[in-house]
Design a protein around this ligand. Structure first.
Ligand SMILES: NC(=O)c1ccc[n+]([C@@H]2O[C@H](COP(=O)([O-])OP(=O)(O)OC[C@H]3O[C@@H](n4cnc5c(N)ncnc54)[C@H](OP(=O)(O)O)[C@@H]3O)[C@@H](O)[C@H]2O)c1
Length: 277
């Protein structure tokens, strides 16, 4: 669940649909539309995006492929960073910039209300311990105006999650987490107890896909693939984990959707748990 919005635990992250370095259009425009349409055909009801991807490329692809959206589909976006000419991700969290990014997301996605907006914190290196109140209050204000249904935070420290929650309710935290990067283990459990979703980004390792002998060994034993096992491991990690693996390939999307349903034994999980510890 994302607040009162019911979503499939297997979702889709749209970042890989933009061009190289998440800049510009995809080389295969029709292929990108096919990935999005296949996701919905497979039953996915949770798509993650950001106007910073491209910029605006993935949002416009989502609109072209899927608008008018099925009532069951929920698009989650992020604000708080923009792109510079070098492809960097400078922060953009002053109130006027956040208001503009929300308006641009609405416009590019063709929506009157955004289902979920995550405030993207920190920088490209990871979370940064700094106050979030001014930025999060701006998003709470936009939520109060009816432009946003639910809020979340991304790339956040546990302290920032608490600071945001003192200002307005959140329905999700989107942080980097996978088999090999488990800094958020305690946070995941605390959020689960409070009914808040945890949405790992880079679930497959992101720009450096996960590689591990133990992962390959478990996959071989199960007659599956390392990527499938990595996703299945995340789903069994905690009931509040929602997946948004990224891919630009219909074949990989199908493989991931099927693979995430893999059932892992207690022995498999114990072996996989050693990777990140
Ligand atoms: N909040 C944030 O700051 C933040 C940061 C990064 C990402 N995100 C979100 O998280 C989502 C997921 O992250 P991500 O896409 O960067 O990383 P990811 O899901 O960990 O990995 C994507 C990479 O894995 C490859 N891949 C996917 N399925 C595969 C398969 N079955 N076999 C082999 N390779 C496979 C993809 O290549 P192919 O295209 O060739 O399949 C791509 O290179 C993004 O789409 C974005 O929405 C958020």
């Amino acid at each position: 669940m994302l607040g009162d919005l019911s979503v499939t635990r297997f979702g889709y992250g749209a970042m890989q649909l933009a061009g190289p370095w998440v800049l510009g259009p995809p080389a295969d425009h029709a292929g990108a539309l096919a990935v999005l349409r296949t996701a919905v055909e497979l039953g996915v009801t949770h798509i993650d995006t950001s106007d910073a991807y491209g910029p605006s490329v993935t949002n416009e692809l989502i609109r072209e492929a899927l608008h008018p959206y099925p009532a069951s589909l929920h698009v989650v976006t992020k604000v708080g960073a923009r792109r510079d000419a070098q492809g960097g991700w400078p922060t953009a969290r002053d109130p006027e910039s956040l208001r503009r990014q929300v308006r641009e997301n609405l416009d590019h996605l063709g929506l009157d209300v955004l289902d979920v907006v995550n405030l993207r914190l920190g920088d490209a290196e990871g979370p940064v311990a700094e106050p979030v109140a001014a930025a999060f209050e701006t998003l709470a204000e936009l939520r109060g105006q009816g432009l946003i249904r639910h809020l979340g935070v991304s790339n956040a420290t546990p302290e920032q999650v608490a600071e945001a929650r003192a200002i307005a309710p959140i329905v999700c935290v989107q942080n980097m987490y996978n088999l090999a990067h488990r800094h958020d283990d305690d946070l995941i459990d605390a959020l689960a107890a409070d009914g808040i979703a945890y949405v790992p980004f880079f679930p497959l390792g992101g720009f450096s896909p996960l590689q591990s002998e133990a992962l390959s060994a478990v996959a071989a034993r199960l007659g599956s693939t390392p990527m499938s096992v990595a996703l299945a491991w995340l789903l069994q990690r905690s009931p509040n984990v929602l997946l948004i693996p990224g891919t630009s390939s219909v074949a990989h999307l199908r493989e991931n959707a099927a693979g995430a349903g893999l059932v892992l034994s207690a022995d498999d999980v114990a072996e996989l748990d050693k990777i990140g510890r």
